[in-house]
Design a protein around this ligand. Structure first.
Ligand code: NAD
Length: 497
């Protein structure tokens, strides 16, 4: 059985803990590897190596840091196919989605390559009589990134791309469900010329997350995962005086106005609800048809579109989506569908008990469509994180603004309409962090930044872009004056060379 340890101080190590967890092949249900759960003393060793590496890296001129980021980007691009295959084999998403996962991470590395410009600081000449003021953005030192299973390439790169380019060392703690890609990324960074110890990968679960939050040398924690754990990590890390940005769960709504281009809306919502088996924090698991007859028009096109979808293994080039990540997660999705039915939802398509021929033990869940979902149902409020689309019918535009605004999560939302004025007002008023207008998954490009509102994010800094740059740096401001010297031998006389 393949054993996965950690990447510490520039080398793969086996891991000394007696605890490990199984990694599954979601296509077959078989255990394909085991990952060791790091101990706090392994974290200590990694942090010591990171702190040593950061001293020189933090002082290095930004153009040299940028060159290492460029070399890393090229190394990732050269391994795109093998990284995507590795990712699909542990996560279950289809290869095209895995390539997208790696590509979105590369986008952030590209942004990070521009760090000499981004980290320049500010300068005021003559803020007072012969007084100049300048500020610089200093790295924090050693920082940590804790990531979820659903984007094992992109989210680690969001974090360590920005952390390292700004002059920090980074300890990455990926999801224990699919750690192979983050491990390879850490190794690739080293192979591409990154200093030993600057980026390390420690595998583990709650025990090591707690140790990261408590470690005195770690100055900042970036977390992405489910909301309860995001809030817990935020509280624990900040109680220990660290900076923290902790992104949580989501339940994004797709609003369909009566004037929407229905063909386009259905195509977009199909991909956003069921793509990657719904395991995306920017998926659209709730659709809100607004006004009389809109739901019927939507269903007329959505039902055949769902029936035409193909479920397959993660390597099947014809599959629209593959299995979910674990049997436990499959059971949780199916239990949520059971509960929705008990709460009064009408099942229009039922993905429970789906078996893929030849892969009967794989973690597949068929596409599920639930109608007549209402805001008082628990399954409307909870994140299901599977291929389940819930329809909440609304009468008016005001309802369309209110539903996502009053929901506990506020990650993303999309509105489908041909009315620019309605779209503009919706974008202005809705209490959600990322808004799409005729764009189903409005993940901001790398030079903007990513972050939700309410229980979708704890802490004030978004991921990547200039917000990410600010999160990983602290500002020092110098106010200087060089008065004329009074005596001939004064050191204050301008030297003439
Ligand atoms: P998760 O919360 O189970 O795990 C996330 C990380 O926390 C992992 O590294 C895990 O090892 C660690 N962890 C798990 N239990 C812990 C505990 N009790 N104490 C401390 N650490 C613990 O999330 P997941 O299932 O891997 O990922 C899916 C979740 O992530 C969904 O809720 C999804 O919406 C969310 N997500 C959010 C965003 C965003 O940017 N808002 C992006 C992607 C995923």
């Amino acid at each position: 059985m393949k054993q996965i340890g950690h990447f510490i101080d520039g080398a793969r190590v086996a891991g000394s803990s007696s605890r490990s967890k199984d990694i599954f092949d979601p296509n077959t249900g078989a255990v394909q590897a085991q990952v060791n759960m790091a101990t706090p003393s392994e974290l200590d060793a990694a942090v010591a190596s990171a702190a040593a590496a950061q001293i020189e890296w933090g002082k290095m001129n930004p153009q040299k840091r940028s060159r290492v980021m460029f070399a890393f980007k090229e190394a990732v691009e050269a391994e795109m196919d093998s990284l995507a295959a590795m990712l699909s084999s542990e996560h279950g998403k289809v290869l095209a989605d895995s390539r997208g996962d790696v590509m979105r991470g590369i986008d952030v590395i590209e942004f990070a390559c521009g760090i000499p410009h981004g980290q320049k600081g500010e300068h005021t000449y003559g803020a007072g009589p012969e007084i100049d003021v300048y500020s610089m953005r200093k790295p924090l030192g050693v920082v940590a990134g804790i990531t979820p299973f659903n984007f094992p390439a992109m989210i680690p790169m969001w974090m360590f791309g920005m952390a390292i380019a700004t002059g920090n060392a980074c300890i990455l703690k990926p999801s224990e469900k699919d750690p192979s890609v983050p491990m390879r990324l850490a190794e690739l960074f080293f192979e591409a010329g990154g200093p030993k110890g600057l980026l390390q990968c420690i595998n583990g679960d709650k025990e090591i997350v707690d140790a990261i939050c408590d470690h005195p040398t770690i100055k900042a924690v970036s977390f992405v995962g489910s909301s309860d754990i995001a809030q817990y990590v935020y509280s624990r890390a900040t109680a220990n005086g660290k900076r923290a940005q902790c992104m949580g769960g989501a339940k994004n709504h797709g609003i369909i106005m009566p004037d929407a281009n229905m063909d386009q809306a259905v195509k977009d919502i199909l991909g956003a609800a069921f793509g990657s088996a719904g395991e995306r924090c920017m998926a659209l698991p709730v659709v809100v048809p607004v006004g009389e007859g809109t739901a019927e028009k939507f269903l007329e096109k959505m039902l055949p579109a769902i029936d035409a979808m193909t479920l397959g293994t993660s390597t099947d080039p014809d599959a629209d989506y593959g299995p979910v990540v674990t049997q436990v997660h499959k059971e949780s999705i199916e239990a949520n569908i059971d509960k929705a039915v008990k709460e009064g939802a009408k099942v229009l398509r039922d993905g429970r008990g789906f078996k893929l021929q030849g892969h009967e033990d794989g973690f597949f869940v068929g596409p599920t469509l639930l109608d007549n979902v209402t805001p008082d149902m628990e399954t409307y409020h909870d994140e299901i994180f599977g291929p389940v689309l819930q329809i909440v019918r609304a009468d008016t535009f005001e309802d369309a603004v209110r539903l996502p605004s009053e929901h506990q999560y506020g990650n993303g939302v999309a509105i489908f309409t041909q009315n620019g004025r309605a779209a503009r007002e919706f974008a202005d008023r809705v209490e959600v962090g990322m808004v799409g207008i005729n764009v189903p998954i409005p993940v901001p490009v790398s030079y903007h930044s990513f972050g939700g509102w309410k229980r979708s994010a704890f802490g004030s800094a978004n991921q990547y872009g200039m917000e990410g740059l600010r999160f990983y740096t602290k500002v020092k401001t110098v106010t200087q004056r060089w008065p004329e010297g009074e005596t001939e031998d004064s050191a204050f006389i301008i030297p003439r060379f």
